[in-house]
Design a protein around this ligand. Structure first.
Ligand code: C2E
Ligand code: CA
Ligand code: CA
Ligand code: CA
Length: 278
């Protein structure tokens, strides 16, 4: 038994070393990826349910790995987050998405807002307001066309968050509270934050027609948004049934595979051109 125990311990140690090793590698790869310009931006359109019109998009980062191909953020963002690299990656995303959006507008695509995700760590950077301001200035993108998506985790430090949000809002950008309903922020906090949009998490949307509880939460979030006089958007809409439910409950906007997967810029332009009959 003793031998087994120490074997297990040895195995555990080896696994730990392996994990650390792996993480170290991914971290280095990420750093190099940033230097080599291996990240790219995908765009997923959003639609207004009252007009059925294209009304904006969300920018989603991808790692275009030379060997592995496109890698989704779920595979590398936690390591980027832990190592702090998310800050540099996030700055690149912000800058680049503003430049690309500005170009889209110059090419005649509609002047609708673009949403960019901000991680908690990025949001808590001392210079976050400066970073956003620079991205806007360098791209000359009108501030009202930039919407920043933050998650409820920002309410961990509510007083600080209120200050940062105020300063961001004074730049003219909009704020959307992402993954809403999955976190732990109190309704009181939400009503204190000056935000323009609540984004219903896809875990609830997925359960439409399957689970009464999720449907109840969705309708509650929609009512809350209407009460607060802000916009509400649902993500992860894949079926007509989900769409109809959201329409009936007067959700303002939707985004999901039902309309389009996130697309690379070139494909996105084709999608928009077809959709808008440009
Ligand atoms: P999120 O912000 O909740 O983004 C929505 C995710 O759902 C995206 O995954 C999107 O591709 C996916 N999605 C959209 N429509 C559907 C649908 O109809 N069905 C299903 N099953 N999924 C759908 P993605 O692109 O893999 O991104 C995952 C997460 O990574 C994002 O979740 C966001 O938290 C984070 N992320 C992505 N890009 C960035 C970024 O530039 N910066 C930061 N900080 N985080 C990012
Ligand atoms: Ca939006
Ligand atoms: Ca998001
Ligand atoms: Ca989500």
């Amino acid at each position: 038994a003793k031998a087994n125990g120490s074997d297990a311990c040895e195995l555990y140690k080896r696994e730990m070393r392996y994990q650390l090793h792996e993480k170290f590698h991914v971290e280095n790869d990420l750093r190099r990826a940033l230097e080599r310009g291996e990240f790219s931006l995908f765009f997923q359109p959003q639609f207004d349910l009252s007009t059925n019109q294209y009304c904006g998009e969300e920018v989603l980062v991808r790692w275009d790995h030379p060997v592995e191909g496109l890698i989704s953020p779920s595979k590398f963002l936690s390591i980027a987050e832990e190592s702090g690299l998310i800050v540099a990656i996030g700055e690149w995303v912000l800058k680049e998405s503003c430049l690309q959006k500005k170009r889209l507008i110059e090419q005649g695509f509609p002047e609708v807002p673009m949403s960019v995700n901000l991680s908690l760590k990025q949001f808590l950077q001392k210079n976050i307001v400066e970073t956003v301001k620079n991205a806007l200035q360098e791209s000359k993108l009108p501030p009202h066309l930039l919407e920043l998506e933050v998650t409820e985790s920002v309410t961990i430090d509510i007083d600080r968050t209120k200050g940062v949000l105020q300063r961001l809002l004074s730049l003219g950008v909009h704020i959307s509270l992402d993954d809403f309903g999955t976190g732990y922020s109190s309704l009181q906090y939400v009503s204190q934050l000056s935000i323009q949009e609540l984004k219903i998490d896809q875990t609830f949307v997925r359960n439409i027609g399957k689970e009464r509880q999720s449907e109840g939460i969705i309708s509650m979030i929609i009512n809350l948004a209407h009460y607060l006089n802000i916009t509400v958007i649902a993500e992860g809409v894949e079926t007509e049934e989900q769409l109809l439910f959201l329409k009936e409950h007067r959700c303002n906007k939707v985004q999901g595979y039902y309309y389009s997967r996130p697309l690379a810029l070139k494909e996105y332009k084709v999608f928009l051109t077809d959709t808008l009959h440009l």
